[in-house]
Design a protein around this ligand. Structure first.
Ligand code: SAM
Length: 247
């Protein structure tokens, strides 16, 4: 894999990924808005509506948001549940988590969202613990995607649901070309202008290109043991939501 400034095999990319997110952590949320023109909010809201966390306090819906970074998805889920769900944000990067902790405190959600440092490939949680496992724009950064999916399956309860939101393959003619031009040129340029460094964003764009196609990723989810695997493209496939159930 070439990141412009280094060449590493996929299995060894974790230190590089950590470096990227350590660098961007403080500006991560604003960069998301700028680079996706706010679209990431629409996609995340669609993900959360699909999950539809129950509003009844009942036994308490437990969600694990892996690669949850600054807690954006976890907080949306808790809010959507009328502050009845409990979310654990697990991320490998302490810098992203500390931004998240501050955000949750400011939003008055510290009681509902916990931040735990951990690796998606070997989660620090017991088997059969969560009602839902979510991961947004995270799984493409994990060196061994198959291990992450196997871990997702392990920590879910029977009847639990997996939702993966990720950048995907655009297959609408013309939109694909605009999107290529935008991502290869504009994204690193915005990174350079706002964060003073375009390099981490070049990595992000490359990692999107290398992520498996919708159908192939659906098969990887089935291979990890999930049933009733489906997916839905957003914005012509710029993003895609995959769903699976542990039955
Ligand atoms: N889910 C958040 C969102 O949608 O705003 C953050 C997504 S951010 C693009 C990707 C996150 O994946 C980073 O916070 C990074 O630290 C995390 N990450 C990368 N490799 C990981 C791993 N092996 N295990 C857990 N998290 C990881």
């Amino acid at each position: 894999t070439s990141f412009g400034f280094r060449t590493v095999a996929d299995g060894d990319k974790q230190p590089l990924v950590n470096d990227v997110f350590h660098k961007v952590a403080r500006r991560y949320d604003i960069m998301n808005d700028l680079m996706s023109a706010g679209l990431h909010r629409v996609w995340k809201d669609a993900m959360v509506s699909t999950l539809a966390p129950p509003k009844s306090a009942g036994r308490g819906f437990k969600v694990l948001d892996v690669a949850g970074g600054t807690g954006d998805v976890a907080m949306r889920i808790v809010e959507r549940s009328g502050n009845t769900a409990h979310a654990v944000v697990c991320d490998i990067n302490g810098s992203m988590l500390s931004v998240g902790r501050d955000r949750a405190a400011k939003a008055g959600l510290s009681e509902y969202v916990r931040f735990v440092e951990g690796n998606a490939e070997s989660l620090p949680f017991p088997a059969g613990h969560f009602d839902a496992y979510t991961i947004a724009f995270g799984i493409r950064n994990v060196p061994h995607i198959d291990r992450a999916l196997t871990e997702a399956f392990r920590v879910l309860k029977r009847g639990g649901r997996l939702l993966v939101l990720e950048f995907s393959q655009v297959d609408i003619p013309f939109l694909d070309r605009i999107y290529d031009a935008y991502s290869f040129n504009a994204i690193p340029a915005i990174g350079q202008a706002v964060a003073g460094d375009g390099e981490p964003y070049r990595y992000l764009v490359e990692s999107i290109r290398k992520f498996p196609h919708q159908e192939r990723f659906a098969q990887m989810i089935r291979d990890a043991g999930f049933s009733r695997v489906t997916y839905r493209n957003y914005t012509g496939g710029i993003a895609c939501l995959h769903s699976g159930w542990k039955i």
